[in-house]
Design a binder for this molecule. Sequence first.
Ligand SMILES: Cc1cc2nc3c(=O)[nH]c(=O)nc-3n(C[C@H](O)[C@H](O)[C@H](O)COP(=O)(O)OP(=O)(O)OC[C@H]3O[C@@H](n4cnc5c(N)ncnc54)[C@H](O)[C@@H]3O)c2cc1C
Length: 474
Amino acid sequence: MVEKQITTSKGTSLDEAAVQEFKVSIRGELIKPEDSGYDAARKVWNGMIDKRPALIVRCTGVADVISAVNFARANKLLVAVRGGGHNVAGNAVCDGGIVIDLSRMKGMRVDPAARTARAQAGLTWGEFDRETQAFGLALPGGIQSTTGIAGFTIGGGFGYLSRKYGLTVDNLLSVDVVTGEGRLLIASKTENSDLFWGIRGGGGNFGIVTSFEFKLHPVGPMILGGMLLHHLANAKEVLRFYRDYVAKAPEELSLFLGFVTAPKAPHLPERIQGTPVLAVIICYVGAIEEGERIIQSLRKFGPPEVDLVGPKPYVALQSMLDAANPPGWQNYWKSEYLKGFSDEAIDTLVDYAAKRPSSMSKILMGHLVGAVNRVSDDETPYSHRDAPFIININSMWSDITKDEENIKWAKDLWNAVQPFATGGVYVNFLMTEGADRVMAAYGKEKYERLVALKNKYDPTNFFSLNQNIKPGKR
Ligand SMILES: Cc1cc2nc3c(=O)[nH]c(=O)nc-3n(C[C@H](O)[C@H](O)[C@H](O)COP(=O)(O)OP(=O)(O)OC[C@H]3O[C@@H](n4cnc5c(N)ncnc54)[C@H](O)[C@@H]3O)c2cc1C
């Protein structure tokens, strides 16, 4: 019998016997290009990414991860690491290499008395919240329930709870990490503390995190939240009001903004369905009556076309935007931190919101002032803690013949907001934008510290498919 061979990204061949030996050694699943599940398994959230790995290994535990790393190293395979597959840059998959897919690793244990959780790297935020909310606990996590906790956390991570409780990494207690040599290390403030520093914003550069230990906070299960929808024609006045209001808002109150198109959903009045709106997204995590009092003036201003704010389960708020971000669409992002909302910045944003070539495109803005700023900047690689706002320009469309105009809109708006930007960027919102942008995520000093860590923990750049910190001279 002639043995089948798989060609790798490096032009070398993997023989079937070696692959078979690897397959029987693992507890998880090994998917090859000829397998029926291959096309589904190589898809990531961003539909623009169309890569064909030589192998996809769905690990079930640390032992599989170690075997996969050792197999990849022995066979000189390019390695991609997949958590939730949400990253817009699409580095969770690769051409001709091996995808180490952790999405089956969904174990989780909450200690309600200690208010901590140990979570495996394949969980999504929806799954994580389900477990913690059983005890009225939560962690600052993503604002979409389908995002993976792993890629999210190692870039920093922020959400509706961040004003009150900081970034996700500010609540990280320890991690289990498999290095490129296939060794398992525990990293915390007291053990491998340099690695622990690097993991809190340095992304997947140093190893594969197989599980995270987090500190949790009392939240919910019911909170006050939802959104106010204002017609785009009124957005400039609303943003000027928001600018002043948010400066005095307590940290229990988180206010995100989104220029979106109102969906054709039955809970919305017909007159607003399909029209461009400014959504003011509200999450209040204190006593509900107190929250009602605090948001009164915000609710009245305009008034909004639709008021969807009220007491609701925290998990409902956490999945409120899921339908607006379905998987498989073409996506192109540009992001920046903003110094604030000057009148000029507001005019620019509203003008570009009106020019969105696709109704699925969005301009999202998060207000991060609070606990995030109280952690000193050198505590983590995650940087720009003093920036009050972050903007994420999400171009999203389905017609692949319209790539150019949709990408151009995002780039043009990004160029137009430069005068209002701090110059920093959030690593988790980067596409493949080059070394300067990775440097902009950290600043020169921290970047050099990350290079030193890379030299120590991954000197061969085994983990290269990420916002890459290249080993080498500092
Ligand atoms: C719809 C949507 C909403 C979002 N909302 C938010 C938000 O509210 N706040 C926020 O901060 N960010 C948000 N993000 C950005 C998000 O933080 C990143 O996309 C993040 O990388 C997603 O993690 P993942 O595990 O799903 O991604 P993946 O694509 O699986 O992983 C991203 C990268 O992380 C690395 N990686 C993944 N898992 C591991 C691991 N276990 N060990 C080592 N390296 C690993 C790999 O390099 C991989 O390429 C959002 C993204 C989307 C698409």
